[in-house]
Each structure stands twice: as C-alpha cells, then as structure tokens.
Design a protein around this ligand. Structure first.
Ligand code: HEC
Length: 499
C-alpha cells in the first residue's frame, strides 16, 4: 500500500468551510429537534466529496493512493461504527490519513460515517443484488424458502398495515384508511362493521390489530388507530381499544368496545408523522404498545407527554402499580403512569422474544434505524442522541451518550435506514433453525431481515426479502410461515419452507 507523504494532506480548511455559502445553508429538518446543537450546518456529501473522495473515491470504492475499497461486507458491519469514527477523528497516521478531529465537530465526523454507510450499502447492493431465487427457491444461511402470494392486489387491500390470526385460522387485516377485514384462503371478506372512525392523516389511520393470546376464552381483539380530535378531525392521536367480533350470517360487527388508552385532547396534533402503534402481550396479564413522537422530538423526553413512549398496562387498561412512573411522586409531577420506557422516535415494531425480553424496532431520521431491548423505565435517547443525520444532509448528533447521559444504546442499528416497520419472532414449527430470531421489515428498505440476538447484542443478520414492495408488517403465522404485508403493491405474501 502506498504510504502518502504527510505534507500532501494539509488541507485548505478555510476553503472547505467557505464552500457552503451562508445563503445556501440547508434549513434544519422539519422534524428535527430545535434544541440539539449543530455547530456546523454543513452538507455532508459535499464535505466528503471535497475532503475524502480523493483517496476513498466518491462511491467509497477506494483507489486514491492505494486506499482500499470500503465496499465489503466486513467493512459494512456495525462493529466498525466506532472504529470508523475514531479513524476520521484521530486519523490513520501510518496509512497517511490525517486526523480531522481538530477541524470537524464530533457530529460532523459521525455524519461522515453515515454517508460512508450509505455509499457502502449502495455499492454492496450493486455488487450482490437482492436475495435471489433459483427455480423459485431462495437460499439463506439455515433455510431454503419460497415466497408465495397469500392476498393478491386484486383483493382490494389499500395500505394494509397489520395482520393477526384468530385461533380458527382466519386472518385479520387492517387497512390504514380505516377498514378491518377477515381473510380466508386469500379472499378478503367484507369490511367489519362498526370499527372506530379514524383520521387518516399522513402516516396515521387504522394501524395495528392484535388478537389476545387467550382469544378462545375471552374473545378480545385490540386495535391501535389515529383517533380524530373532537375539535379538529384533521388532528389526531394514537388510541388503543379492544372489542369483540360478532358474526351474523356473512356480516361481522365490531362490538363491546372498551378504551384501553387515550390521551387528553391537548395532545392531539395535525402532524402526519410518527404514530408508532404496535400492540403485544406479555402473557402475564399486561398489554404493551408503542406511540411515536409525532414530530415533537423533545416530548419523547417529557414524562408528562404521551409522545415517543412504550407503554405497559393491565389488559383492561388500568395502570399496574409496579410501572416505573406510577408512584405518588410521579403522579404529583404529572408523569403518565402508563409509560414503560421513553426517548423513542417512531417505534413501529414490537415483540417479546422466547426469553420474555421485549424488543422494538424504530425509525430514526436518515440513517440508523434501531433495534432496542426495551427495559423498564429506560431512556432510549431520542432526540438527544441518534445514529441518524438530518434529511437535508447536515449532521445531527453522535450516537453515543455523553458523560452524565443515561441512555440505552440499540442492540443493532440499520445504517442506512430501512424505514423499520413490523417485527415478529421466528417461532416455528416452519423454519425451526430461525426459532427465536427477530424478523424485521423495512418500508424504504423494501426488505425483511432476520436478526439474531444473544445476550442483548446482535450476533447475526441476513436479508431474506428485498424489492417486492414497502414492508409494513412482518408476522409469523401459527404454523411458523412468515407473512409479509406489502404496500405498493398492496398485497400479502409469505415465506414457506422449500424443503
Ligand atoms: C490521503 C488519503 C485519505 C484521505 C484524504 C482520507 N482518507 Fe480515510 N483512509 C485513508 C487510508 C489510506 C486509510 C487506511 C485504510 C485503507 O487503506 O483504506 C483510511 C482509513 C479510513 C477509515 C477507516 C477504514 C477502515 O477500514 O478501518 C475511514 C472510516 C476513513 N478513512 C474515512 C475518511 C473520511 C471520512 C475522510 C474525509 C474526511 C478521509 N477518510 C480522508 C486515506 C485517506
């Protein structure tokens, strides 16, 4: 490898700083928090192209002076996040790379790592393509599988959001616009009458459906939806209800509805983003659900506000006495007793694993969607720390908590983002060798990934599906086959074992 003489790398920093004129400085992202210091509103792509590309190549392909390509699976791994950051900050003196820590803020340095990750992802996709089928059979590390259509586009689903199963094998599916249907043998039945009216504002609408694990005994089905505000029907907030399905001939009606969770009207907002909305049961009498921060990042840190939280309630909606913020002192401070954990941005995946640990997946800003192990009372750091950067190509923060900040780090992050949405566990009997692994969907990533955790850390991941559509939900059926709810096209497919 060529060793570059140091003198070559005395960079014209003044020129770089001036390269982005004041007038063209990008505005902060609309959903970015106003309170995070961003001392350098630089354009990350330009910074990289001006400063790094001469050695690393503007697609991270390397080449300059013998600099190696970063387009390799090994270089792309999460384990390199901190080493990459350190390499940029401290330089790689024996290899001729200058230290940039003296001239760039930590936030700017982290944004360069995000940019490199995006270049790597693009390069690896070009090199490796998507998971491929030979004679209809996909091969993965432990299993061969086929992907078959369950509900085709001709069945009229519109932005299907979630599925779950009744004990008799019928599947329930929500459509974001506000309809709930039963599906039998790929045929979508008539809309169930009497489901609550929803506000389909932006990403909001009818979202999650979750069948109680003891449905056979109690008949409860839980829903999460955006309830229209009383004063302004174009404002809304996530509400959780449960109800029963009453069948009369061909017709099914939603009845006996009970409110499990709702918030005061002053929280209802016209913001069309970050509704969260997954519902899971711990099998010990509690229901957990997630609500996003609705574009008000700072409220994710505020225990008196419902935004950006994961909640735990008794299955009837009452607050368990052992919740982390349910003491008399909390009540005095106005803390919401239903909160289980906070500092979340948009948790759109939630599942219990076989050990009883709770996991979420959540949408970060550009770069760095997260998989978190959710612990009682813990703070997950949004909007103060994030793996992401602003959508406008300017730095946001560094991902690691600073001294005095007690934030939980994700066990795994998708860098770049996949638009994490939908999460379930491989449970068998189909795909027995995946048993216990997380199966996570991505909207913008249009993919499904299998992620294996051990002792709270990611130890293995692989992509199972890519490029069939935006993945809204991933759900393991009782037989262990893996259902994937797609948007654009609006259909449902499933992974079945090929042998
Ligand atoms: C003068 C050439 C040069 C410039 C300019 C340069 N680098 Fe490097 N960089 C290297 C070399 C050489 C290495 C050592 C590894 C290799 O050969 O790729 C390296 C290593 C790295 C690594 C660690 C890679 C690994 O595999 O561990 C990162 C990350 C990195 N550079 C990012 C940057 C960024 C971001 C910039 C711009 C701010 C930059 N570099 C500017 C030459 C350069």
């Amino acid at each position: 490898m060529t060793k570059w003489p140091k003198a070559l790398f005395v960079l014209p920093w003044a020129a770089v700083a001036c390269a982005v004129p004041m007038a063209s400085r990008p505005e902060p992202a609309p959903d970015g928090p106003p309170n995070v210091e961003q001392n350098q509103r630089i354009n990350v792509t330009k910074l990289y192209d001006d400063t790094c590309a001469k050695c690393h190549g503007n697609a991270a392909q390397g080449g300059g002076g013998g600099t190696r390509s970063l387009i390799t699976e090994a270089a792309f791994e999460q384990a390199n996040d901190k080493p990459f950051f350190d390499a940029i900050k401290n330089g790689v003196p024996d290899m001729g790379m200058e230290a940039f820590g003296g001239t760039l803020s930590d936030e700017a340095i982290w944004s360069l790592v995000v940019h490199i990750r995006e270049l790597q992802a693009r390069g690896l996709r070009e090199k490796n393509g998507s998971p491929k089928a030979a004679n209809g059979v996909y091969s993965s590390k432990y299993h061969r599988y086929r992907i078959e259509t369950v509900v085709d586009t001709d069945q009229g689903l519109v932005t299907p959001w979630a599925v779950d199963w009744l004990p008799d094998g019928r599947m329930l599916v929500t459509n974001r616009g506000g309809t709930l249907n039963l599906v039998v043998n790929g045929k979508v039945g008539p809309a169930i009458k009497g489901v609550p009216a929803v506000a389909e504002i932006g990403q909001g609408g009818l979202m999650e459906v979750s069948v109680h694990p003891n449905y056979a005994k109690n008949g409860w089905v839980y829903l999460a939806y955006t309830e229209p505000g009383t004063a302004n029907p174009r404002a809304g907030f996530t509400k959780i209800v449960r109800g029963k399905l009453r069948a009369a001939g061909e017709e099914t009606t939603w009845s006996d509805q009970q409110t499990i969770f709702e918030v005061s009207q002053d929280n209802y907002s016209g913001s069309g983003i970050h509704f969260g909305s997954r519902i899971v049961f711990d099998g010990k009498g509690h229901v957990f659900f997630s609500i996003g921060e609705r574009g008000s990042g700072e409220r994710a840190q505020d225990l008196t506000r419902p935004n950006g939280k994961i909640y735990r309630l008794n299955e009837d909606g009452t607050i368990p006495a052992d919740n982390p913020f349910a003491s008399a002192a909390d009540k005095e401070k106005g803390h919401l007793g239903a909160i289980w954990s906070y500092g979340h941005r948009n948790p759109q995946g939630l599942v219990f694993d076989l050990n009883g640990d709770l996991w979420d997946t959540e949408h970060a800003p550009r770069g760095g969607d997260e998989v978190n192990r959710i612990e009682k009372g813990a703070n997950y750091g949004w909007p103060i720390v994030s793996f992401g950067i602003n959508y406008n190509d300017s730095p946001y923060s560094t991902p690691w908590p600073k001294a005095g900040q007690n934030f939980r780090m994700p066990a795994y992050r998708w860098l770049p983002s996949i638009g994490a949405c939908g999460l379930d566990l491989a449970k068998g009997p189909a795909f027995a060798k995946w048993k216990g692994d997380l199966l996570a969907g991505g909207l913008s990533g249009a993919n499904v990934e299998r992620v294996r955790m051990k002792n709270g850390q990611m130890v293995e991941h692989e992509e199972l599906v890519h490029g069939m559509g935006r993945v809204r939900d991933v759900a393991t059926a009782p037989d262990g086959t893996v259902y994937v709810v797609l948007n654009d096209p609006h259909k449902i497919v499933r992974l079945v074992p090929a042998d």
